[in-house]
Design a binder for this molecule. Sequence first.
Ligand code: ATP
Ligand code: MG
Length: 264
Amino acid sequence: MHAEVIAIGDEITSGQCLDTNTQWLSQQLEGLGIRVLYHTTVGDELMPCAEVFRLAIARADVVVATGGLGPTADDLTREALAEATGHPLQLDTDALDHVRTMFAQRNRPMAASNERQAMFPTGSRVVRNPHGTAPGICTDVVREGRGPCRFFCLPGVPGEMIEMWQESVAPAIAEFLGEGRRVIRRRLIHCFGAGESQVEAMLPDLIRRGRQPSVGITASKGAITLRITAEGATEEECLAAIAPVEATIRQCLGTLVVGAEDGP
Ligand code: ATP
Ligand code: MG
């Protein structure tokens, strides 16, 4: 099982706004035991968004997209999802009531364009947005020869996105993963006093691709961090897989190891 996170909006692709939603969502997805394999960022254009959605449905089992659910003409997420899945938009009367209520509570007139926020691709479910006008979308997309892809669209506003994740999305993903739910744990080993390639050469075949648990290496400000990542059915299984790898690293690098911690 793999996940993809998609950030939608010209404010992101232009560099005007930093995409913190993707970082936050990736940490949450890994916390649920699902590895995030792809991050995609796309501007506010219908066909490019639909193309990105189609690709995500083909290569990821869980997709979480943020942005573009607002009422304005540049908010195209719902149309793009309808285009990518072939499920046309239809009005959801409960969602329309919600949008109307939000405007009434704020004593603001509702523009006709806000009715668009109650349009959902057929077969999808509404994700409640307690503090915003734009409800989110959850839909299972059928794929030939394998299980469905569960696709979520959430608003770009971080506060609304986080609240909806906690209230609805995280439980819906946990339910989707069901028995196949996995756990991911990381251990960071900090080293100092040798270069990246020197450290790699001192480790016996640990930084090989496809190895379980995997060992990654990153250099930052003269220090080297080895990141051990284990995936398993339980936390105990992960920790048991990490321990001998950490022991080997400590044995091979000796005093170059200056610290270790559990990592994100
Ligand atoms: P709304 O109903 O408010 O229009 P929306 O789903 O259309 O919601 P956007 O218009 O795409 O959301 O974004 C609203 C604001 O949320 C942006 O101006 C930006 O400040 C913030 N935002 C959007 N996407 C991200 C992101 N990926 N990371 C951090 N902030 C974001
Ligand atoms: Mg918007």
